[in-house]
Write a protein that binds this ligand. Structure first.
Ligand code: ZN
Length: 497
């Protein structure tokens, strides 16, 4: 009997285990054969959104989650057909399963999985030379990014770029100066993609200032540039010497002309300038390319030493040494055919801020030349000056100073002769050259010499320091014109500043 009871008890407990297993199993088994349909998991800013199609007659939904190869987590009851899961980590794959609860029983599960990818955080949007530079925080698992943009007046964000690799920046070059643009960014990792932030980062694009030109003027150093659309004003920056430090020296309103005169420039020095547009204190365009000028004080005496017929290294180099030592510049009216032969002299003249001007290719007396010959003589030399010095020739001196109407008509630059002729080429005596300059120098003078002769170099070694000691600024012909307010015009012949 005892044995029988024991068998019964074992059987009963087995049955209990069986039934309870069955009861437990029934909870996991669908009473309804259909599953929840169209379940999706989408990355949004800060959470994963799981949504599904409404199930007929559903009173609620059961949702479970697992990460990686783990097991399904606790059952969450949802009344809506979506769930926002904020407990997600960047770069982790999550699976979700959902089933419907109805009066009749429960449906089959619908499942979905997706990698959670956080929405990139945009750090800044700024104007550069090329467009608007969008920078964001690097996302650790990203293999790429998508950049979305909405211009002012547009309704929707549009995908404008797919950035490959983990480069957290993009320059949007298709932007218009003065217009506001808003940006959002998504990250991509393998086949997965994040959402973007709800809030965009916006900026107005301001184009860089273009066509800045800096020159001496009777009022100081004058800057001109092309206006930038959308600018409220411009700030002007200066540095003295190539290795100087940039300093903001002033601002001008956009309503005024795109002009600024620096009356506090450092005279006698090589000064660099750059300009940028602004819209507010923290919204500004990229800087212009820098331009420089050797600042000439319009209120102090100045004159232009000019040397013709070179280069000729034994003379030219000594003259350049003396100019360099005394902080002066001169104008070299060079003969075109000599430029490639003495290229080093040409480059050094340019490096010291001297002016390289046109004295024809083969030194013919132009009054006796055909118009085509005159044009060729000038144009060939212009080309060589540009090629070897990097500077544009803007002035011409006709050989022998011989100018006629035919010459004026066929030379495309203003013509320059002189106010003081030293006759150095004729007498070749340093003391005579020096005496002529000392007795006839004046403010605005253009002095004629020739660097084809060594005695002229000897004379220059006396003349240059003497002129500086007398308070003269040694300037180029173009600087002389600028500082004296002369706008040199083609077909005109100039003999002084
Ligand atoms: Zn000559």
């Amino acid at each position: 009997m005892k044995k029988l009871l024991k068998v019964f008890l074992v059987a009963a407990s087995l049955m209990l285990v069986f039934f309870s297993f069955n009861a437990f199993g029934a909870d996991n088994e669908a009473e309804l054969k259909e599953a929840v349909k169209n379940i999706g998991a989408e990355n949004c800013a800060g959470y994963m959104k799981i949504s599904w199609e409404p199930f007929p007659e559903a009173t609620a939904y059961e949702l479970q989650k697992k990460s990686g190869d783990g097991s399904w987590g606790k059952v969450r009851l949802c009344e809506e057909t979506y769930f926002e899961d904020g407990k997600t980590k960047n770069g982790t794959v999550y699976s979700y399963r959902v089933r419907a609860v109805t009066e009749e029983g429960k449906s089959e599960f619908g499942t979905v999985s997706n990698m959670y990818l956080g929405s990139p955080v945009i750090k800044s949007v700024k104007s550069t030379d090329e467009g608007l530079l969008v920078k964001w925080k690097r996302c650790t698992v990203a293999t790429g990014y998508e950049v979305y943009r909405k211009g002012k007046g547009e309704k929707e964000y549009k995908l404008i770029a797919s950035v490959k690799g983990n480069t957290p920046s993009y320059t949007d070059k298709k932007v218009v100066s003065g217009k506001k643009y808003s940006y959002k960014v998504k990250q991509i990792s393998a086949d997965y993609i994040s959402g973007y932030k709800d809030k965009a980062v916006s900026a107005v694009f301001l184009a860089p200032v273009k066509k800045l030109s800096v020159s001496n003027s009777p009022k100081g150093v004058t800057l001109n540039w092309k206006k930038v659309k959308g600018a409220k004003g411009y700030s002007v920056w200066r540095k003295t010497g190539e290795n100087g430090k940039w300093k903001k020296i002033g601002t001008t309103k956009a309503s005024a002309d795109a002009v600024y005169t620096d009356k506090k420039t450092l005279y006698g020095k090589k000064n660099y300038y750059k300009v940028r547009a602004y819209r507010s204190s923290d919204v500004y365009g990229a800087y212009s390319k820098a331009d420089f000028v050797y600042s000439v004080n319009p209120n102090k005496p100045m004159l232009a030493l000019t040397y013709d017929d070179g280069p000729y290294p034994p003379a030219t180099n000594r003259i350049l040494d003396t100019l360099e030592k005394n902080g002066g510049r001169a104008t070299f009216f060079v003969v075109g055919s000599r430029i490639p032969v003495y290229a080093d002299c040409i480059r050094r003249e340019a490096a010291l801020g001297c002016e390289i001007a046109n004295h024809t290719y083969s030194h013919p007396i132009l009054t006796g030349c055909k118009p085509e010959t005159i044009k060729e003589e000038i144009e060939e030399t212009d080309k060589l000056i540009k090629e070897y010095s990097g500077t544009e020739a803007s002035l011409v001196r006709a050989p022998g100073g011989a100018v006629s109407d035919k010459v004026r008509e066929n030379v495309k630059h203003p013509l320059v002769n002189w106010s003081v002729d030293t006759l150095d080429w004729d007498h070749r005596t340093p003391s005579k050259t020096t005496a002529i300059v000392k007795s006839r120098a004046f403010d605005g003078a253009i002095i004629l010499m020739h660097d084809l002769h060594v005695p002229t170099a000897t004379a220059s070694e006396t003349i240059i320091p003497w002129l500086v000691s007398q308070g003269y600024q040694l300037v180029t012909v173009s600087e002389l014109f600028e500082a004296k307010g002369i706008v040199a015009e083609k077909e005109n012949l100039y003999t002084r500043g």
